[in-house]
Design a protein around this ligand. Structure first.
Ligand code: SAM
Length: 348
């Protein structure tokens, strides 16, 4: 397998890959950020995420035990991963999430974050913080109860808002994420921006991405520029753009709302992607590494781990997968992407 990896020179080829080499993909991009899906299961059925057929049966129970999650994350952190985000599915459906966080947090000096729909956040926020969680991104696509229910098929807005408050009360860094679909929640952009303004929150609006069976079409797609224009016109304010931050802080372009601590951001995954600076890889709840959201072949790390693969073998599998990391979205080249089943499977 080692001949797959270009060595600086044949004589320098290391037997044990050294931490100082860090993780680089085939194009030389440094990889420092790992997103781990801890389960495919979810307690919401968001229209943009689940298969539109409503078939949730394929959402399998997580394959990785908590020890296996921690063991695989440790292989990544030994290679220079500095930040880990736990996601899913809905990560708060795992009762052992705090134990997983406690196992990972020391490996990344506390830089463990969570993406959640917030339904179960209120009662767990303090325990999550005590386990070593640094921050939480709460997905919220509507500020109105009816719109929330139409998008998620659950009446859960109050629980999410309570979860957000509990997270902030526990001292967790909290942000909101909103996926925008014209015709579904375009009318919620302004109410959510007003929530950011009123509460001094950061709300990031995400462009709707295509997955197998999620019903993506051009009519529903709203580009980041239009989202920003809607906010500026609606608030009647000139938003002030912040200087760009590193991708570990997230790919959003951020804007201050004058006269408030609040900020809005846009994540232009399709209209202006950030693939050239991409620093992230993913691990699915089945224990497969995925180098890109779109179009890359998953690499099974769980089976080798269970078969007592050495650290070096696992490192080699990781490096091999990274060589195939794409330079940009297939859509940007006009190609049909090989769509994954959904964010719930890849890990959003
Ligand atoms: N259940 C958790 C939650 O709701 O945040 C974590 C999993 S969810 C799949 C993670 C993120 O993926 C959410 O912010 C969600 O809004 C985003 N997402 C899912 N499908 C998407 C799509 N088609 N386009 C853009 N973002 C999407």
């Amino acid at each position: 397998m080692s001949d797959l990896f270009p060595a600086e020179s044949p004589s320098q080829q290391p037997r044990m890959l050294r931490v100082k080499d860090g993780l680089k993909d085939g194009l030389g991009r440094g990889i420092t950020y790992l997103r781990v899906s801890v389960t495919e299961q979810c307690n919401l059925a968001c229209v943009y995420c689940k298969p539109r057929t409503g078939n949730l049966q394929r959402m399998e129970a997580p394959a990785m035990s908590r020890n296996e999650v921690v063991a695989l994350v440790k292989v990544f952190t030994s290679l220079g991963i500095r930040k880990v985000r736990l996601t899913g599915g809905e990560p708060l459906l795992r009762r052992d999430l705090e134990t997983i966080i406690a196992g990972i947090s020391p490996e990344v000096e506390g830089r463990v974050h969570l993406t959640t729909n917030g339904i179960h956040l209120a009662r767990r926020a303090r325990a999550l913080r005590d386990a070593g969680l640094a921050g939480v991104n709460v997905s919220l696509d509507a500020a109105d109860r009816k719109a929330f229910e139409r998008l998620t098929l659950k009446n859960g807005l109050d629980k999410v808002l309570a979860g957000l408050e509990a997270a902030r009360g526990a001292g967790l860094k909290a942000k909101l994420n909103t996926v925008v679909l014209r015709g579904w929640n375009g009318d919620q952009i302004l109410p959510l921006a007003r929530l950011a303004q009123r509460e001094g929150l950061q709300v990031r609006f995400i462009e709707f991405m295509p997955y197998l069976g999620n019903g993506w079409d051009k009519e529903q797609f709203m580009p980041a520029a239009e989202i920003l224009q809607t906010i500026q016109e609606g608030l009647g304010l000139e938003l002030e753009e912040e200087p760009p931050v590193g991708l570990e802080e997230g790919p959003a372009r951020l804007f201050r709302i004058p006269g408030s601590q609040g900020k809005v951001g846009v994540i232009s995954t399709l209209s202006a992607d950030f693939c050239d600076r991409c620093n992230r890889v993913r691990l699915t709840s089945r224990g497969e590494m995925q180098a890109c959201l779109f179009g890359s072949r998953p690499m099974d790390l769980l089976e080798p781990l269970r078969n007592h693969a050495s650290h070096e073998d696992l490192v080699n599998l990781i490096r091999q997968t990274l060589i195939e990391k794409l330079d940009c979205h297939p859509m940007r080249r006009g190609d049909q992407p090989k769509l994954a089943d959904g964010m719930w499977q890849v890990g959003g």
